[in-house]
Each structure stands twice: as structure tokens, then as C-alpha cells.
Design a protein around this ligand. Sequence first.
Ligand code: SF4
Ligand code: SF4
Ligand code: SF4
Length: 388
Amino acid sequence: MSKQLETDVWSLDRCAGCGLCIAACSKQVLNWGDDGRPFRESRTKNLGYTRVELDSCTYCQKFCAEVCPRLVSWNPIPAQVTVAAKARGPIDAGGPNDVIRSIVAAGLSAGLIDGAIMLDLDPWQLRPVVRTAVTVEEVASAVGIQGLWAPVFDALNEAVFEKRMAKLAVVATPCAAQAVRRLKESTNPRLKVYQDAIQLTIANFCTGVYREEMIDELLIKEAGIPVEHVRRLTISADGSWLNVTLWDGDVHRIPRQRAEEYTRAGCGSCTDYSGESADLAVGDLGSAPGWSTLIIRSRTGDAFVRNSVRMRLLETSSEVDEEVLAQAAAEKRGRDRAQAFDTLELLMLDALADPAARGEAIQQFARLYRTPTHTRTVQPLVNGCTGC
Ligand code: SF4
Ligand code: SF4
Ligand code: SF4
């Protein structure tokens, strides 16, 4: 395995959880750990009377590191045009997921793609899933991206090698589009099969995704909302609220700050709000209610949007507040959580030299990583030990 992934990504909690390293691993030795990070399975062999660990990665060309979006820094692909959009036809609504589903459905109908791997929600269990959709009906019935973490590229090998899909759309978070960008920049011929298969990336505007425990602990236990009553989860356009829309139309609003502790750790160091590497990026910030903002960054993205408009499945308008969009993107670049991690590092360094600072470092660590906390107040003891 590439040591670089371990030292520069996993151990620093910078993994975005896209799953492309696992999909691209030539020997299938990478897997998901309980902590939501990839790990390499160790393989052993009896040699005489001893059991030795094998290095499964010998002779491998390190595909895992070749595709990881966290090992490079990204300049945004400039937007060609930004418009407001709403879905027309059978999906007659203006939410970001409606616009995305309409574009994908139009692409499928026109034969521009033969399927999509997309983040979705199992509405019965309220669990994030990755769906491989090959028909317009499957796309239309998907709920779409819901701000819960699922590794979208877990479906890539099945789509490419089992379902033989040759023209794929990837619908996911901005980090997945970054991973595709990294993949496309590779000159390794062994990755060509993936490069050729992925035709389009669509990303949502993203301030972070939550770990699945958020559903059980915040929604079910704390807010007392039964999962079967929940229709969808969305983040408010200003990013302040987690909106839980119920089937009867009621909306429960949970402060984002309250949900923050369930944010996937890798999102803490992410600076991409508006799908800066995707062909298309969609979100509700910047548009009037009932519309979504659609950023077109490539000729491919433009072709898909034109196709959707031509098929009367999408309506666009120029009414977009690009300033508010630019502001949100700039805020994420210098986002609080990333700074909070920086602060934690500084606090930990302080704590090495000054035992009195340990209490604050421990509390900051617990806030960010949601480690079990004790109710006692952490106070330095007389000799300076906090009893941690
Ligand atoms: S080095 Fe190769 S075999 Fe090892 S984890 Fe990476 S891709 Fe897999
Ligand atoms: S960001 Fe994606 S490719 Fe990189 S280590 Fe995490 S799951 Fe693997
Ligand atoms: S904030 Fe969004 S784009 Fe960034 S790593 Fe998290 S899920 Fe990916």
C-alpha cells in the first residue's frame, strides 16, 4: 500500500470517504474499517513454524494513491455559466435533487449515459445507500443526496465490470468529483477502464456529510422522530439548519451546530463547497424558492443541460445571486471546522508543554471527534496533572 495514503490521509483524518482507492485497488486488499476509513487487510502465510505477514502490495503500481483526491490540492474549474433551474415533466419540482434527477433521466433517455451511480437514501430504514440506476424509473424514484455519508465508488466495479456500463454518471458530493478528476488525470493505462466509463460528474453543494449514527442519536433518541415519518433530510440554504421533512409535510428544524459533532471527520479539512471539480454542481443557495442553482463547468455538463432543456425536462433562468454563492464558497475555504482542527493541533502542542492547557485540549478533541465524555469537569490538579 502507498504509505502516503496512510500518513497523509488516513492518519490525519483527511479521508473524504469516496471509496475510489478501494474500488481501484488491484488486489482487493483495501476495505472499510469501523471508523469509516479504509484499511488494508493483512494477509499471512505459514513459513516453517512461523507465521509471516505478506506484503500484498508488492509489485502493485499503487493505484490507491494514484486516485485519492486528498493527495493533491485543487484549483476550481471555472464556471462556464451559472443558472437557476427547475425540473419539468414527470419530476416537476425545483429542489437540487429534482434538478439532478431530471438531468440524469434526460441523459439516459437520449442515450448519453447508460446508467448512474448515485448517493441515495433507503426511505424505509433512513439509511444512506449507493444506488446504481439504469432506467429512467430508477432515477425518478431515487430520493437523492441527503447529507449522509456513503462511499459512492463502492458501486463502481459492479457498474463497470458486472453490469458492463460504458457511459456512467457519478452523482455525489464534491469530493467524489475531485476523485474522478484525479482519476482522469492519471496516465496509468490500467485505470483507463474507469476513465473511459465515467462520462459525467454531478455534485451537490456541500458543507459536510453526517455519519449514520446521527439518525439514531439525534433524530430518533433526542428529537423523538420515528424514522418511518421522515421523508427527506436537507440542509437549509443558509447552512444553519438540518431540515427534517416528514411525510405529512411538517418540517423539524435542528440547528446545524447540534448536528456538527456527527460530521464525518474528513469533511473538517475540506474546502470545496460548490462542486469545483464537477461537470455540473447543483444546490439551492443563490436561487429563488422553487429553483436551484446549477453551475456548468464543462462542455460535457453543458451538453447534458442542453439535452434536458431540449427534452423539456429542465427549465433554466438567469436569476441567480452569484455573490451569495461566492461568499459561501469562500466561507468554506476558511471554514470554522477546519480552523477548529487547527486549533486542536495548537492546543495539543500547548498541552505538551503546559499541563494546565490539557483540559481545554481534551474538551476540544471530544467536541470534534465525539469521543465519550465524562461529566466531571477537567481541572488541573495541584501538581498540574488533569487526571486525563
Ligand atoms: S498498493 Fe496496490 S495492492 Fe496495495 S492497497 Fe494500493 S492498490 Fe491495493
Ligand atoms: S479520500 Fe477516497 S480515495 Fe482517498 S483515502 Fe479516502 S476513500 Fe480512499
Ligand atoms: S464536505 Fe462534502 S465534499 Fe467535502 S469531504 Fe465532506 S462530503 Fe466530501
